[in-house]
Design a protein around this ligand. Structure first.
Ligand code: ATP
Ligand code: MG
Length: 486
């Protein structure tokens, strides 16, 4: 469920939260505010941290906007911060750290885009309201001046936040034509905050979806990753599909909506895919619990080979032969176009390619070598493959679902047992036959076999030994044998 469906927050409650959060970070914002005020400059907490303080989810990132030019900002924070760095002086941003706080201070902007260029042209502005007016959504266009703590909200962000809705400060068409990436950001914030997107914003996204093509693949990718890793990815993804943006940035996803699944139920592969994604999120505790992009994206892409491989057989059945292999290829192509790292591409493509393998397991018919091959082919993606395969079961037939789950449990148990046995089987004594013969001064024969067994027992009982310790133990054992001296 999206948070937008929750009852609206009250303004009083929001103000109480923001007050409490600002008190919590009071020492940092007050010190910094005084520093800038004494130099005759304005400084305000702005954007994400103001929004998140209102939602009671302020993290350690503190973004500020200021009248000071970057060189002045750098000079002012130098004596105060624990570390200072240049985040992009030409864009006006100086970064610094103070204790646990990551601080970014950006000079007021009055940014305009050259429609033919992919790079924003930056003009520094001279007032806070102008800076806020160039931001993406009203809930991101609020500021708190420091040290006075005056609240500045020219576009009704607090009301939109209470209603959990994303609106642009001005006309959405103007905003998106200045920077089409904001359309992706609408979907990203919907997924992160669980907010609805205002109808006029959805309409502008729908009308202007094609403009996303002027944005670099890297910037699109970064927003997509944030969306997929958010708490409500379904909200963001359905918005991308419904507005037509997905047709440009991830066309494999809307293509799934045309397909009926192989059981002819009224549940198409697209809906199945969103459910698999949510089920795989529910299993992320197996990976430590943090949002895992590779696992989530593999869930999203696992069936993208289906549209291309669909065949209607005589007798009315539908097949998708080799949709795993075809899907892995399409996944690679898409991730390359979005400039993902080879590491991520290999990981996701491996999962897509292997997501069906388990269905050959039947009720446990695999030989040990088939189990070993499964483990080897999954390599370091094995845990994610367990998640994907389990999440890929969306049948409403509870008995069938239980049976699949138990069968997969037994496969995991077999993998654990085999790997334990094989680890044991691969244990060798700390000295080999040649070393034993050299130490004892005897040639091959039964005695060397006995010595080898003795050392293997020692290794099993006491774990690995240094060569010196193994040699000493071997000599002690040898000397106790009837008629032996060394
Ligand atoms: P997060 O917690 O994910 O970092 P955020 O709100 O800080 O959320 P950022 O992408 O870090 O998001 O951007 C910081 C602020 O800068 C935003 O709150 C917004 O006001 C503004 N902003 C960033 N990118 C754009 C953009 N493309 N167009 C307009 N405003 C933007
Ligand atoms: Mg931020």
């Amino acid at each position: 469920m999206s948070d937008a469906a929750l009852p609206p927050l009250t303004i009083v409650e929001i103000q109480r939260r923001v007050g409490a959060e600002l008190d919590r970070i009071g020492s940092v914002i007050d010190e910094l505010g005084v520093l800038f005020a004494e130099a005759g400059e304005e400084l305000s907490l702005v954007g994400g941290p103001v929004r998140d303080a209102m939602l009671g989810r302020l993290q350690s990132d503190l973004d500020f906007t200021t009248s000071a030019l970057p060189d002045v900002t750098e000079r002012l924070v130098s004596g105060w911060a624990d570390a200072v760095w240049d985040m992009g002086r030409s864009f006006g941003t100086i970064g610094c750290r103070k204790g646990p706080w990551q601080v970014e201070i950006t000079t007021y902007r009055s940014e305009s885009y050259d429609p033919d260029s992919r790079k924003p042209a930056v003009d520094f502005g001279d007032n806070l309201e102008g800076d806020l007016g160039r931001r993406d959504f009203s809930v991101n266009s609020m500021a708190v001046r420091v040290p006075s703590r005056d609240f500045v909200d020219p576009f009704g962000g607090i009301v939109d936040l209470a209603e959990r809705v994303l609106r642009t400060p001005g006309a959405p068409e103007d905003s998106f034509s200045d920077d089409p990436l904001r359309m992706m950001r609408a979907a990203r914030f919907a997924a992160q905050l669980g907010f609805a997107v205002a109808p006029e914003v959805v309409a502008a996204m729908t009308e202007m979806a094609g403009r996303i093509e002027i944005i670099s693949a890297e910037r699109v990718r970064d927003e997509l990753v944030r969306l997929v890793c958010a708490p409500h990815p379904r909200l963001g993804l359905t918005l991308l599909v419904d507005t037509g943006l997905a047709a440009y940035v991830l066309p494999e996803l809307p293509a799934l909506a045309l397909e009926r699944d192989e059981h002819h139920r009224h549940k198409d592969v697209y809906e199945h895919t969103l459910t698999v994604l949510e089920q795989s999120i529910d299993l992320e505790h197996r990976l430590g619990g943090a949002p895992d992009f590779v696992s989530r994206f593999a869930a999203l892409m696992h069936d993208v080979g289906k549209p291309k491989t669909r065949r209607f057989e005589s007798g009315g059945t539908v097949t998708f032969h080799h949709h795993d292999v075809v899907g892995a290829k399409l996944t690679r192509k898409r991730m390359q176009a979005l400039r993902f790292s080879n590491h991520d591409i290999d990981a996701v493509a491996t999962l897509v390619e292997l997501h069906l393998r388990f269905h050959g397991y039947g009720s446990g018919e695999w030989t040990d070598s088939a189990v070993r091959r499964y483990v080897r082919d999954a390599g370091d993606q094995l845990e994610r493959l367990h998640i994907l395969t389990r999440a890929d079961c969306t049948t409403r037939n509870q008995r069938k679902a239980d049976r699949l789950r138990r069968t997969y449990d037994s496969l995991e148990e077999r993998i654990a047992r085999l790997s334990e046995e094989e680890e044991l089987a691969s244990i060798r004594p700390d000295l080999d036959g040649n070393q034993i013969m050299a130490i004892l001064g005897v040639g091959p024969g039964r005695e060397i076999g006995d010595a080898y067994k003795f050392l293997l027992e020692l290794r099993m009982d006491e774990g690995p030994q240094s060569p010196e310790a193994a040699e000493a133990a071997l000599r002690a054992w040898w000397s106790t044998r009837p008629g032996q001296t060394t």
